[in-house]
Design a protein around this ligand. Structure first.
Ligand code: ATP
Length: 134
């Protein structure tokens, strides 16, 4: 089985480093499935799940944007924050979701609204990834 090395890195350090047989990521223009040997590509990522498929395994990582750099033998994801599913603090994500919902319910300027919307998306993404609801 062909494999490709995947690195996921954030400003806090590396989050994931493994060999996988397929990566599915959510770019800002849609979902992509990447197999080993893919032509070099760079794409911006949306807030979403990255699915990492091994021969008999599947792992999920919550990504809060950033970029994916694809090379035939290596895929690098650079993200402002990223968490492997089982390391997500569900209670914290639910609190962040509730805070964002409260902020969105208030009348406010568009910058605060956008920040609250992004916060809501990050929290929902973490909850979905933690629950395997991808
Ligand atoms: P919060 O309001 O809970 O801090 P946030 O979306 O503002 O959420 P970020 O700024 O995206 O948080 O992330 C800050 C740091 O906290 C990052 O290292 C991120 O991986 C981590 N983090 C945020 N939420 C969670 C969570 N629910 N579980 C585990 N780590 C988290």
């Amino acid at each position: 089985m062909k494999t490709v090395t995947v690195n996921i890195v954030t400003p806090d350090g590396p989050v994931y480093d493994s060999e996988v047989s397929m990566v599915i990521a959510k770019t800002t223009s849609g979902e992509i499935g990447v197999l080993p040997g893919h032509i070099p590509t760079v794409a911006p990522l949306a807030i979403g799940a990255v699915k990492l498929k091994g021969q008999n395994s599947e792992e999920f990582v919550a990504i809060s944007g950033g970029f994916i750099e694809i090379r035939p033998d290596k895929i690098s994801i650079l993200a402002p924050s990223a968490e492997v599913a089982n390391e997500i603090d569900l209670a914290r994500a639910k609190e962040a979701l509730a805070r964002a919902e409260q902020r969105l319910a208030k009348k406010q300027d568009s910058i605060d609204f956008q920040r609250a919307e992004l916060s809501l998306k990050r929290a929902m993404n973490r909850i979905n990834v933690h629950e395997g609801n991808i």
